[in-house]
Ligand binder design. Structure first.
Ligand code: FES
Ligand SMILES: [Fe+2]
Length: 382
């Protein structure tokens, strides 16, 4: 395998632990467990909120929601990306309600307190009349943000308002096991050509478990299985918060409707026969699918025990966009079809798991990665 000289890949069945079973029903339906996940996982981990290419210039912002908290993610005057709670320091009002946009300051719609892009309170009408009032005491509450491979991650545990600072580890430390692993895909430089938002009536963990195995591929994804053999999976990350490996792409093909490459390669793969698609899950809300000619990223936003919003972006080389051979829809249409096939079986799983008849079932040897994902999830929760 030509990916990295030192990486060791194993067939999925080689890392299987025979007694592994699926999670019990409560993990998929209980509002209490959902609340516990929001507190113990989403409020403490580095959570994907976007990509730096979405904030091109100073003043560009996007809103993100983590564990029910609305956050403003903005590129400041010094071109640094910063995060703030979307809460006015006067009477708490939500400051921004557009999903994204551009503004040179952050102004509250209620009484017009105005904050700089660095979060400092710049103007507060008539507050000079209040003895002892000092604008310096009323900056926006910051949130820890950091970049990994061009992707923006936020961590509520790192902020001054956090109740759980003891759990905080830096983004560098968290992603240390992946250092340099994806450099050849040029992730920081890529641009998204399209985003689809899917509203899926299934628990967020079912999305991860489904992503992590191709036991279902032959029956659920006939088109995908023709281009990428369903039993070709080999994994190099088989335990912990980052899991996955590669599958083969049948020669001269790409994962597109036409079967042909749809854009300039995203990276320099050095080798004309680079026919691999890499699939990695990044705990707790990112699925990273690296193709030779594009990178697909799913960002999961759990809404309730039985509902998950999924933002899916297709990223391409920045120079691909101007070329005649750029056919992003060929990849987008293909994965939109495969995504919907997946969401359908995830929704059916949610329905069956909600039945009184459901009891945990045995994982097959082809499902060692979902079993490992479950173990990692339980480590965080308990
Ligand atoms: S609540 Fe924001 S200015 Fe009053
Ligand atoms: Fe699938």
């Amino acid at each position: 395998m030509a990916t990295t000289a030192t990486a060791l890949f194993h067939k999925t069945a080689e890392t299987f632990r025979p007694s592994a079973k699926t999670l019990s029903q409560q993990y998929f339906v209980s509002p209490e467990i959902f609340a516990e996940e929001q507190e113990k996982i989403f409020s403490r981990q580095w959570v994907l909120v976007g990509h730096q290419s979405q904030l091109k210039k100073s003043g560009d912002f996007l809103l993100a929601t983590i564990a029910g908290e609305s956050l403003i993610v903005v590129r400041d005057q010094k071109s640094e990306i910063r995060g703030f709670y979307n809460v006015c320091r006067h009477r708490g009002t939500r400051l921004k309600d557009d999903a994204c946009g551009h503004s040179s300051t952050i102004q509250c719609p209620y009484h017009a307190w105005t904050y700089g892009l660095d979060g400092r309170l710049l103007g507060a009408p008539h507050m000079d009349d209040v003895p002892g009032f000092d604008k310096a005491d009323y900056s926006l509450h910051p949130v820890s943000l950091a970049l990994w491979e061009g992707f923006i991650f936020a961590n509520l545990a790192g902020a001054s308002t956090s109740r759980s600072n003891r759990d905080y580890i830096s983004l560098e430390e968290w992603f240390a096991p992946l250092a340099g692993k994806f450099s050849r895909w040029n992730l920081p430089a890529l641009h998204s050509a399209k985003r689809f938002d899917y509203d899926v009536y299934a628990n967020w963990k079912l999305i991860f478990e489904n992503y992590s195995e191709c036991y279902h591929c032959l029956g659920v994804h006939p088109e995908l299985s023709k281009i990428s053999p369903h039993d070709s999976a080999e994994n190099d990350l088989t335990e912990g918060p980052f899991l996955g490996g590669f599958m083969r792409i049948a020669s001269d093909k790409s994962l597109t409707m036409s079967g042909h490459t749809c854009a300039l390669p995203v990276g320099d793969f050095g080798d004309k026969d680079f026919r691999f698609v890499f699939y990695y899950s990044i705990f707790p809300n990112m699925l990273l699918s690296l193709h030779p000619d594009y990178v697909m990223v799913h960002q999961l936003l759990p809404q309730s025990p039985e509902r998950t919003l999924i933002l899916c972006n297709w990223f391409f080389h920045p120079e691909a966009f101007e070329r005649e051979d750029f056919k992003p829809e060929d990849a987008i249409e293909f994965w939109d079809m495969v995504n919907k096939q997946d969401w359908h079986v995830c929704e059916l799983s949610q329905q069956g798991i909600s039945s009184r008849a459901y009891v945990p079932g045995p994982y097959s040897a082809r499902e060692s990665i979902p079993a490992a994902w479950d173990r990692e999830y339980l480590r965080h929760l308990r």
